[in-house]
Ligand binder design. Structure first.
Ligand SMILES: [Zn+2]
Length: 302
């Protein structure tokens, strides 16, 4: 699992900072999460192949999280993309994008499929044999979801010498890998745990931006490997957080602690701050394993 931060600041794009966008590589998928202005430039800068992006997840319809989308969709068209593009987003975004394409009379030549979200409960929105994606309902000024990306548990590994020793027919190997006990050639029931080892450990990533402090997300993100939680404000501006429905670094840390995550990444910093290290210091008064997002930074979690 690998995370590339394309942009991690709130509000406006600036000379050296970008609004929210990131790419999560998990089990051969490249998922684009949010698409602030300038995302396609940052994708190129970070040498991410456009064609590999098949799913885009948009948290909410504030401009700093989706103003790059219509440009990216248009560039895909100019690059003569043919593969499907799926957009998972709040209801309303389809109307915005269709209106822009209609006025420009520039329709995509590839299938553009919108999956519009309206539920206030966490729901499964993508699934294949290896990965699941769930929404994380957040508390912001407009309808907003975070996203939980989870690898599914794989098959158990056969311990071949033990399997042969136990005299098990090859026809039962798949059952063993799936965790079933099986009968051997002598009619004896063999405990699968004695002849297999545990599957590879799975990874999980939760993206939570934008949101006010919201404890009810804790059960959804419990024990994830990595939590990206917005921290728009430092403590000295904590009074602005409830009003704007954002969080402070300490509040992000409190959520990370309660959810028992392995690592917290902070981001969505207000552009009023010059010294980002202060976010880390404040968060670490509550939760130790904190990293700072930075535009262009890659996190490897293997
Ligand atoms: Zn917002």
């Amino acid at each position: 699992m690998k995370l590339t931060i394309l942009g991690c600041f709130s509000a406006t794009p600036r000379k050296d900072t970008n609004p929210t966008a990131q790419v999560l590589e998990i089990n051969n998928h490249l998922f684009l999460i949010d698409c602030g202005e300038g995302t396609q430039v940052e994708l190129r800068r970070n040498k991410i192949k456009f064609a590999r992006i098949k799913h885009i997840f948009i948290s909410h319809l504030h401009g700093d999280h989706f103003f790059g989308l219509v440009g990216l969709i248009s560039t895909f068209r100019l690059l003569t993309r043919e593969t499907e593009l799926h957009i998972h987003c709040p209801k309303g975004l389809k109307e915005v994008i269709i209106m822009q394409m209609k006025l420009a009379d520039s329709w995509t030549n590839y299938p553009l499929i919108f999956h519009e979200l309206t539920s206030d409960d966490s729901e499964l929105i993508f699934e294949d044999e290896k990965v699941e994606v769930w929404t994380i309902p957040l508390d912001h000024r407009v309808y907003t979801n975070g996203f939980l990306f989870k690898e599914k548990e794989g098959e158990r590994h056969l311990n071949m010498p033990a399997v042969i020793e136990a005299n098990i027919d090859i026809a039962y190997y798949n059952k063993l890998k799936q965790g079933h006990d099986v009968l051997n050639n002598d009619g004896v029931l063999i405990d699968h745990k004695k002849v297999t080892s545990a599957p590879n450990p799975t990874k999980s990533y939760a993206f939570c931006s934008d949101t006010a402090y919201k404890e009810s997300i804790v059960p959804i993100i419990k024990d994830v490997d990595v939590l990206y939680h917005e921290s728009t404000f430092l403590d000295k501006h904590a009074h602005l957080a409830p009003k704007t429905k954002h969080s402070t670094a300490k509040e992000a840390a409190q959520i990370a602690k309660m959810a028992n995550v392995k690592m917290l990444i902070l981001g969505h910093y207000s552009t009023r701050y010059d010294d980002l290290n202060q976010f880390k210091l404040e968060a670490q008064t509550i939760f130790k394993a904190v990293k700072l997002a930075k535009d262009g930074k890659q996190f490897n979690f293997d």
